[in-house]
Write a protein that binds this ligand. Structure first.
Ligand code: AMP
Ligand code: MG
Ligand code: MG
Length: 309
């Protein structure tokens, strides 16, 4: 790439020796939420930060535990067949295999950054499933480059550009099948290389708060600093979340604390909803953001919950 970059006259030395582009596919249903959502395809594409070469690719199908039978909608969206996930590994094993592949492909040396299209893969999907299942993941997944950020800075375009639109806007043809995780990751990697060729320096755009130790059942929920500015009870296992939801006063969701949050998304991938605790007690008046799909009749759909003060 050095020669091509010199020809374009815009080369940038990158801060990372390698970029690992990932694009998870997960269980889904049409026009509704699935909970818990689980990863079913774990693909990664390795890009050399100095040469811009796509070096190697990895893929494992992952067997979902909670909704083991894929919906027809999910199979058609992703192209993933039932037998692919039936023969898949569990998420912990996929993470371990990915880590081994990465170590072999990079000779275990050099700095690396995870690249995704959007924040969902690392901030929501992998993080929530690992917490939910008590799986430890390598720390390189705790910070990432959302390629949409440098893409929009370099090529503009207001609104929410899709990956396919971005690839085409950069003058590239889309290759492969949309929503096939490996093809999405390959196209993201091609877009990354194109932006590098155009002289864009890649920097980290998102990260998670440091992970706390997984909690014991009897401990009270530990409040963490959330990336959205509040404190979060995200580490709480599901049983405890259910107990916590029962113990928590039923909040009024339309509140002086800001209503819906435009910048933060719950695990359902919708903007979180703000509320204030109305029940008399020590928490009265405290503001929080919770699941954006919360309704008075059904309560939250996912366990997302952060205090804002
Ligand atoms: P993507 O990386 O855009 O292919 O999407 C990642 C995951 O998001 C998919 O595997 C689905 O679980 C979910 N998803 C994407 N598009 C849709 C959709 N139109 N309806 C429901 N779920 C979707
Ligand atoms: Mg994606
Ligand atoms: Mg995809």
């Amino acid at each position: 790439m050095a020669a091509i970059m010199a020809a374009r006259g815009q080369g940038q030395v990158q801060d990372f020796d390698f970029f690992v582009v990932v694009d998870f596919e997960a269980t889904c249903v049409k026009d509704a939420r699935i909970f818990p959502q689980e990863i079913i395809e774990f693909p990664a594409v390795l890009v050399d930060g100095a040469t811009g070469r796509i070096e190697s690719a990895f893929r494992r199908y992952v067997r979902p535990k909670h909704h083991p039978v894929l919906t027809e909608f999910c199979r058609e969206l992703t192209g993933i067949r039932q037998e692919d996930v039936d023969g898949g590994v569990d998420l912990g094993e996929a993470l371990w295999m990915h880590d081994n592949w990465l170590k072999a492909a990079t000779a275990g040396a050099g700095s690396l950054a995870v690249v995704t299209w959007g924040d969902w893969d690392c901030r929501t999907m992998l993080e929530s499933e690992c917490r939910f299942k008590g799986i430890e993941k390598p720390s390189y997944f705790d910070r990432w480059i959302n390629l949409r950020v440098p893409f929009q800075a370099a090529l503009g375009g207001g609104g929410r550009v899709t990956l396919q639109e971005a690839v085409r806007a950069a003058g590239l043809d889309w290759e492969g099948r949309l929503h096939c995780g490996l093809d999405d990751a390959r196209n993201t990697a091609r877009l990354l290389v194109e932006l590098m060729l155009r002289g864009v320096k890649m920097t980290i755009t998102g990260s998670l708060a440091p992970s706390p130790p997984i909690q014991q059942k009897q401990q009270p929920p530990q409040l963490l600093t959330s990336p959205c500015g509040g404190s979060s009870a995200l580490a709480t296992p599901l049983i405890q979340q259910k107990q916590q939801q029962q113990q928590q006063p039923q909040p009024h969701m339309i509140s002086p604390c800001g209503g819906t949050s435009a910048t933060c998304f719950c695990y359902c991938r919708v903007p979180t909803r703000g509320g204030v605790v109305s029940m008399p007690g020590p928490m009265q008046g405290k503001c929080f953001f919770g699941c954006g799909n919360w309704t008075p009749a059904m309560g939250p759909v996912c366990p997302y919950f952060v205090w804002t003060n």
